[in-house]
Design a protein around this ligand. Structure first.
Ligand code: GLN
Length: 305
């Protein structure tokens, strides 16, 4: 750990001293207000030792990182049936692309592109009594962080300009792969994406996928080992959209990004690392976040490969 602390500090300072390139996501007006200089890193080991640097205790909009959490809840509640409605292949396309859905008859390629996440949201809307409240309770439960919440303003801000997501949801509905009203599913989806967490909270939240000894405060195991393996495999192959291959190539860890500039990555049975820097590359992934993780697995020689 002390060794990792030094590595993190060193990489953090090095990256901070070079150009902060890329663009903050502007298509969601609320995200455009975030200071581009924010930069935080949080580390948590399987022994539950933690370390953080920079803005690691400032809330960020987790955006698509939340898709792993909704998928985990749907998987826990509905088991293998979920794979009849969403695939497990990388799409090789942008996260908000509509093109493959036409030929794929409304079955999204994977649960981390927007369309796939909406199908998972639809399952939760059908299954949960109070979808938004129950989902938040689940997230608070697995993270042991009761302060985690939706941002009503970010959800509203995305809804107001969410033409493409509305098109996606309606398009999938036209194939019969959305059961509920698109408005209801989208309201759940926009709220889910608006969840705010710190980097520190992200490492706590994702411990259930990283550490097989993880239990919630009620003593529950969130997913069984086979389900955990599968979610990590999906993060590895699809977590960064059309940059997933590049992330595996350079970093070599399961992970998930969001357009708020957050990335969570994990090494099963070893550590969880959350990085936040709002400037994104063309694929919508945090520029500094990718650089940081690449340097970390290179210097520590701790990737899964
Ligand atoms: N809420 C965002 C959207 O639907 C999530 C995208 C992302 O983080 N990649 O566009």
């Amino acid at each position: 750990m002390s060794n990792h602390r030094e590595v993190i500090e060193h990489i953090y300072q090095t990256i901070k001293s070079i150009d902060n390139i890329g663009k903050v996501a502007k298509y969601i007006p609320d995200l455009a207000k975030v200071a581009p200089s924010k930069f935080g890193v949080a580390y948590r080991s399987i022994e539950n030792e933690e370390y953080g640097i920079g803005d690691w205790q400032t809330k960020l909009s987790i955006q698509s990182i939340s898709k792993v959490l909704s998928l985990s809840l749907a998987y826990r509640l509905l088991g293998e049936d979920i794979w009849a409605r969403v695939g497990v292949e990388p799409s090789g396309n942008a996260f908000n692309s509509l093109v493959q859905l036409e030929t794929d008859n409304g079955i999204p390629r994977n649960p981390f592109i927007n369309g796939g996440a909406m199908v998972i949201c639809d399952m939760l809307v059908s299954h949960l009594e109070n979808p938004k409240a129950d989902f938040l309770e689940y997230v608070r439960d697995i993270s042991s962080c009761n302060e985690i919440s939706y941002s009503a303003s970010t959800a509203k801000s995305e809804e107001e300009v969410g033409y493409r997501n509305k098109a996606l949801c309606n398009f999938i509905k036209s194939f019969g792969n959305i059961e509920n009203s698109p408005d209801e599913v989208l309201d759940f989806y926009f709220h889910m994406c608006s969840i705010e967490m710190t980097c520190q909270e992200l490492t706590k939240t994702f411990s259930f996928l990283a550490f097989s000894n993880f239990k919630t405060h009620n003593g529950d195991q969130v997913l069984n080992l086979s389900q955990t393996k599968r979610l990590n495999a999906l993060m590895q192959t699809c977590g960064f959209y059309d940059e997933s291959g590049e992330f595996a190539f350079k970093v070599g860890l399961p992970g998930k990004s969001g357009v708020g500039g957050g990335i969570i990555a994990l090494h099963p049975e070893k550590y969880c690392l959350a990085v936040w820097s709002p400037r994104l590359n063309e694929k919508g992934n945090s520029h500094r976040g990718m650089k940081f993780l690449e340097s970390f697995t290179t210097e520590t020689k701790l990737s899964i490969f």
